[in-house]
Every structure is written in C-alpha cells, then in structure tokens.
Design a protein around this ligand. Sequence first.
Ligand code: HEC
Length: 178
Amino acid sequence: MSLRAPTLLLTLLCLSSAISAAEFKDKDGKTLPPIPELVKLSGNADHGKQVYSTICFICHQINGAGIDFGPNLSEVGSRLTKDLLYQSVLEPSAVIAPGFDTVTLKLEDSMAMGIVASENDQEVVLKAMGGAKTTYKKADIVSRTKGTNSMMPVGQQAAMTTQDLVDLIEYLSSLKKK
Ligand code: HEC
C-alpha cells in the first residue's frame, strides 16, 4: 500500500473536525477563541471604527455614512450584546435581522435576488448589494422564495487580526441610543 491513502484519510479527518468545531481563523491563520472568551477581551473603539470603515461600510450605514443595504448600525450597541455582535460577524446566517431576509424572485425570463426595501399591493422593491433598488410588478412575479442564508458574507474575520475583530466589536457595542 502506498503512503498516499493514509495521508489522504488524515487530511479528510482534519478537515471534517475543523468544520464540525466551527473554528474561525483570523488574518494570521490563528484560530479565534470561542465567543464566550472573546467577549471578555477589551478593545480600542477608535481603531475598531477604522476596521469598520475598511470592510463593513460597503453594506451598512452608521450616522448617515456608508451604503444602505444591511441594517443601519447607528444604535446597534443598544440592540445587540457583545456575544450577539460576534455571532453576527462570524455566523451571519445564525440569526437574520428582521426584514433582511434574502428573497429570490422568479420572473418570466429571469431571476432577481435581494432584500425587500418596500412593497405594496402592486409592486415590490428589492435592494441589491451596493444599495441599488429595483421595482418589480407583482403581476410579473412567477414565484417568490425566502432563503435561509444571510446576504452578509461569511469569513470576514479572515481579513482581520484577532485584535482588529475585538476592536471592531468594542466600537459597535459603543454605538448606543442617545
Ligand atoms: C455584502 C454586504 C455586507 C457586508 C460586507 C457586511 N454586512 Fe453585516 N449585514 C448584511 C446584511 C444583509 C445583514 C442582515 C441579514 C443578517 O442579519 O445576517 C447584516 C447584518 C449585520 C448585523 C446584525 C444587525 C442587526 O440589527 O441585527 C451586524 C451587527 C452586522 N451585519 C455587522 C457587520 C460588520 C461588523 C461587518 C464588517 C465586518 C459587516 N456587517 C459586513 C450585509 C453585510
């Protein structure tokens, strides 16, 4: 027997355990501590604001700045505790913010996917990534389905160091109702 088969088996075993343990790796390839440990770390909110401005503003608004696609985060610190903020970033599909489901419309000869921005008896307006809105006549919609996956991408922690992530969550949790 060649050495190949056992090596392959070992690789597969490692892969499957990584998936089942829901491990998250940061930018340096380091495994993040579990959320109950992360919430105990303290961060620098000013630096967290910079992290936010490089990767999150393309889909969220805070105090009028950024793109209007996902929920407005101006007062997210009053709405979500730190553990839920971590979960939102690490596992976006675990909880979908109310009204922000991924909706797919099947039309006569095309498909459309986005978040419902508004709707009335005749029309539904979908918001696409980037914030562009398109209006569809309900009469033209063949079927409409709600997905279980968030439109917020997974794996964003891989663009940050662990400290960047801790700083980011510190910043978001400081955004409270005035
Ligand atoms: C490609 C677009 C996109 C990007 C980039 C993105 N988000 Fe989101 N985000 C969404 C959408 C859509 C939702 C609503 C669905 C959901 O709850 O997962 C959301 C939800 C959230 C929520 C939950 C809000 C609530 O009111 O419950 C938080 C917190 C959040 N995002 C933070 C972030 C942070 C921090 C970043 C940057 C690391 C980020 N997002 C990057 C699209 C995005």
